[in-house]
Design a protein around this ligand. Structure first.
Ligand SMILES: C[S@@+](CC[C@H](N)C(=O)[O-])C[C@H]1O[C@@H](n2cnc3c(N)ncnc32)[C@H](O)[C@@H]1O
Length: 413
């Protein structure tokens, strides 16, 4: 197998992992211990990742540092001995947690897990307390398999992931997390539902009237890196309709048999190193603004009856042929970030050796497709001169719904 090519395919199907490189660069700038060593070993810098504007970086550093330090404190205060960080990205949280005596299970897309695991293990003073696994949060099997050996309750932490999901992906992930909490007990802590408010209030408190422009530049950087346009779904509270979207998000959790307690950021936020870059007035304005921000501690709603469908677990597989310039592929099982690179590799290999003028995708064995899979289908579709020669057959109701809510039905069906 050509390893260089393999890594490229995984990066192409889901480029969102790049956002995690930006995050660790911001952490290094913010003086979070361990971050600078990680950045050096990754050989990245914020300029390469598109962060050049000093004010935009300052706003982002404040958000990232407040999140990092407050999340570490909240996780520790639960008293739970195992922190499952999903997604772990490239952050030094593992170093902080294991120093405090916790066990740390870091989970992220395989491309990230593979790159960060040796770096973290080399920096940790307690590598025996660390596990890092490649998963796809939408794929229940990938999560449960990695947690089989973990005893006792778990504290799942999720920073900076939920906003990148489509509606069906967010629903799959919340359902999976509920499943993990049912299996292990514990809680899920996340700043993600109200992330937009934290960004907005942080930027406004230190940048005043420039805030909106700098936020827009930041949003563009995040969407550009992730190839995700909206940064919202039913889990995310929107500043334009706080009340309505908050109710919708809590209802979304209730549907999954979960409930949330909102935890005030200002009341739980430790002192930040980034204050050294601010005037006393900016620090005061920032702290006061964080009084309006909340992180969510989510637990099982034991009073409610569970009504959940199980995720279909047929393993991924595909058969393909190329005949008379027609590429025919039949898909089985889930096409997600873990499995989509296989489809992309098959397609790219055939395409580089032969002329292809039509594509037929048999979806009768396909119960689920994530945006990584849709991205591959879109690449295949776009490669055809005559777009009407792209055909999907046997599309099941669940997949049709995903295509419709993402707008892909307009092109692919
Ligand atoms: C903004 S980064 C946040 C990383 C880290 N929590 C932090 O605070 O820096 C988003 C992360 O989500 C991960 N991610 C995106 N989709 C995922 C999925 N389906 N399963 C697991 N991780 C995913 C990306 O690989 C990336 O590491």
């Amino acid at each position: 197998m050509n390893m260089r090519k393999e890594i490229d395919y995984r990066a192409i199907v889901n480029p969102v992992y790049l956002t995690a490189k930006t995050a660790v660069c911001l952490m290094a700038n913010a003086g979070i211990s361990g971050a600078e060593e990680i950045v050096r070993k990754l050989n990245v810098n914020s300029v390469d990742l598109g962060m050049t504007d000093a004010e935009m970086m300052l706003g982002n550093e404040l958000v990232v540092e407040a999140k990092f330090r407050t999340m570490c404190r909240l996780i520790e205060e639960t008293g739970i001995q195992t922190n499952v960080d999903l997604p772990c990205g490239y952050t030094p949280k593992v170093l902080h947690m294991t120093e405090k005596g916790l066990r740390f299970v870091g989970m992220d897309l395989p491309i990230v897990a593979q790159e960060i695991a040796p770096i973290l293990l080399s920096l940790a003073s307690h590598p025996e307390r660390i596990q890092i696994h490649g998963v796809d949060a939408t794929n229940l099997e990938s999560l449960t398999a990695e947690l089989n050996s973990v005893d006792g309750p778990i504290c799942i932490s999720t920073e900076g992931m939920m906003m990148y999901f489509t509606e069906s992906e967010a629903s799959a992930v919340v359902s999976n997390i509920r499943h993990l909490l049912e299996q292990h007990g514990g809680c899920w802590i996340t700043p993600d539902p109200e992330f937009m408010l934290q960004f907005f209030l942080t930027f406004q408190s230190v940048l005043g009237e420039k805030a909106i422009r700098k936020l827009e530049e930041s949003r563009k950087a995040a969407t550009g890196q992730s190839d995700v346009i909206n940064l919202t779904n039913s889990f995310i509270v929107r500043p334009a309709d706080i009340e309505g979207s908050m109710e919708r998000s809590l209802a979304f959790l209730r549907q999954h048999n979960l409930k949330a307690e909102r935890i005030n950021l200002a009341e739980n936020m430790p002192e930040l190193s980034t204050y050294r870059k601010l005037t006393p007035e900016q620090v005061a304005a920032f702290k006061s603004a964080m009084g309006k921000c909340f992180y969510w501690k989510i637990t099982l709603d034991v009073d409610r009856k569970q009504k959940e469908s199980k995720q279909e677990t047929q393993p991924f597989g595909m058969d393909y042929t190329l005949k008379d310039k027609v590429f025919s592929v039949s898909l089985r099982g889930r096409v997600d970030t873990i499995t989509a690179p296989e489809l992309l590799r098959a397609w790219e290999t055939e395409k580089s050796d032969h002329e292809i003028t039509a594509i037929e995708v048999d979806c009768s064995g396909l119960p689920y497709i994530s945006s990584a899979g849709l991205r591959v289908l879109l690449m295949m579709y776009k490669s055809l001169e005559d777009k009407s020669r792209f055909k999907m057959t046997g599309v099941r109701e669940e997949v049709r719904e995903i295509l419709e809510t993402t707008g892909f039905d307009q092109l692919l069906l």
